[in-house]
Design a protein around this ligand. Structure first.
Ligand code: KG4
Ligand code: ZN
Length: 364
C-alpha cells in the first residue's frame, strides 16, 4: 500500500473514553483529531478507578466521542479506511465497550476492524510524534503500567523489566492519600514537593540491590506511611513543611529508582548498537519534572536521545490506538468480528508474567 490511510481509533481500557483520527503511513502519519473524555471526577471520591462506574461511563460516552473526533477532523465514517480499537489489556468492562462500539461501526459501514494492544499504542507513540526509528527503548510509567520495552519492530517487543507490585503512578496516588493530598496524587505530591527538601527523610530505593531492571514501589509507600506516623507522634500532627519534605523525599526515591533501572535497561539496549539510541517515555508519571530530569541526566551520560512526547499523547488517548492500527493495516493485517476483549495481554509473548491485576486494571 502506498496511499495514505485514514484510521479511526477508539480507546476505553481504563478511565478515559477516547476517539481519534490519524492519517498517513507508518513512517509519516499525522493526527487529524484526538478527543478524550476523562472520568476522573466520577472516581475521585473512591480513591481509585471503580471498574463498573468506568464501564458504564464508557458505554454512555463512546459514540459521542467518535462523533466528535470525526467532526473535528472534518470527516464522516465513509472517509475512514479502517476502525482500530483497544482490545486489551485493561478493565474488561471498558475494553468491551470499545470493542462492541468498533464492531458495530465495522458491521454498519463494512470497514475493516483492527484490534490493538493498548501497550503497543503507548510503545509506538514515539514513531508517531517524533519519527523515532527502530530499535528504541521505551519506559512506560503510569498509574497502571511500569515496564521497559525494547521495541525492535511494529510487532517485536522485549520486556527488559517492570514493576513486581505497584506502578509508580499508583504509588504517587497512594502517597497522596496517606498525606491527605488531592487525587490524582502525582501532580499534588509534585506540587507539595516543590517546597520540600528531598534529603530530609531517608526512604528506601527498593530493588536497587537486585540485578536487572525489575522494580518495586509498594515498600516505598509503606516506608512513607511509617515516616508519616513517626512525624505525627513527634509533632502531634503533620506540619505542612514536614509534608512537603516527605513528598520531596518520596519523589526523589521514585526518581532515583527509575533513573538507575533506566541506566541498566539502556546498557542492555546499547549493546545492540542502535544507530541513534533513543529512550522514550510514556504515561502520566512522565509529566513529573524531577523524574524527567533524572531520566534526561542518565540519557546524557550514555549519549542517548531522550524523547518525551507531548503529555496528551503520553497519557491514554486514541491517536496512539489509531496509529498502532494504521501500522498493522498498512501491512494488510486486520481482524474480523471474532475479535475478543482481553483483560490481560502481554506485549512480550516470551517473558514470564511479572504481576497480576492491579488497582487500575490488568498489567502486562
Ligand atoms: O497515563 P495516565 O494518565 O493513566 C493511566 O494510569 O493509565 O497516568 C495517570 C497516573 C496517575 O497515577 C497520576 O498520579 C500519575 O500518572 N501522574 C503523575 C504526575 N501526573 C500524573 N505522577 C507523578 N508526577 C506527576 N506530575
Ligand atoms: Zn495507558
Amino acid at each position: 500500500m502506498t496511499t495514505d490511510l485514514t484510521i479511526l481509533g477508539i480507546e476505553s481500557s481504563c478511565d478515559d473514553t477516547a476517539a481519534a483520527i490519524v492519517r498517513g503511513m507508518p513512517d509519516d502519519a499525522s493526527i487529524l483529531s484526538s478527543v478524550v473524555y476523562g472520568q476522573a471526577p466520577l472516581h475521585a471520591s473512591y480513591g481509585g478507578v471503580v471498574p463498573e462506574i468506568a464501564a458504564r461511563a464508557h458505554a454512555e460516552k463512546i459514540d459521542h466521542c467518535v462523533e466528535d473526533a470525526l467532526q473535528q477532523a472534518g470527516l464522516s465514517l465513509a472517509d475512514v479506511d479502517a476502525i482500530s480499537v483497544t482490545a486489551g489489556p485493561g478493565l474488561i468492562g471498558g475494553v468491551l465497550s470499545g470493542v462492541m462500539c468498533a464492531k458495530g461501526l465495522s458491521v454498519a459501514t463494512g470497514k475493516p476492524l483492527i484490534g490493538v494492544n493498548h501497550l503497543a499504542g503507548h510503545a509506538l507513540t514515539p514513531r508517531l510524534t517524533d519519527g523515532v526509528a527502530f530499535p528504541y527503548l521505551m519506559l512506560l510509567v503510569s498509574g497502571g503500567h511500569c515496564q521497559f520495552l525494547l521495541v525492535a519492530g511494529p510487532d517485536s517487543y522485549r520486556r527488559l523489566g517492570g514493576t513486581i507490585d505497584d506502578a509508580p503512578g499508583e504509588a504517587f496516588d497512594k502517597a497522596a492519600r496517606l498525606l491527605a493530598l488531592p487525587q490524582p496524587g502525582g501532580p499534588s505530591v509534585e506540587q507539595a514537593a516543590r517546597a520540600g527538601n528531598p534529603d530530609t527523610y531517608k526512604l528506601p530505593r527498593p530493588l536497587l540491590d537486585r540485578a536487572g531492571c525489575d522494580m518495586s514501589f509498594s515498600g516505598l509507600k509503606t516506608a512513607l506511611l511509617r515516616t508519616r506516623d513517626a512525624i505525627m507522634v513527634e509533632h502531634g500532627g503533620l506540619p505542612v513543611h514536614a509534608r512537603s519534605d516527605l513528598c520531596a523525599s518520596f519523589q526523589q526515591a521514585v526518581a532515583d529508582v527509575l533513573a538507575e533501572k533506566s541506566r541498566r535497561a539502556l546498557e542492555i539496549y546499547l549493546a545492540l548498537n542502535p544507530a541513534k539510541p533513543v529512550l522514550a517515555v510514556a504515561g502520566g508519571v512522565a509529566a513529573n519534572a524531577a523524574i524527567r530530569e533524572a531520566l534526561q541526566a542518565v540519557c546524557a551520560k550514555l549519549d542517548t536521545v531522550f524523547v518525551a512526547p507531548p503529555l496528551a499523547l503520553c497519557t491514554d488517548n486514541a491517536a496512539m490506538i489509531a496509529y498502532a492500527g494504521l501500522t498493522r493495516f498498512a501491512c494488510g493485517d486486520h481482524d474480523d468480528l471474532a475479535l475478543s476483549a482481553r483483560p490481560r495481554w502481554p506485549l512480550d509473548k516470551t517473558s514470564p508474567a511479572l504481576i497480576g491485576s492491579g488497582k487500575k486494571g490488568a498489567k502486562a
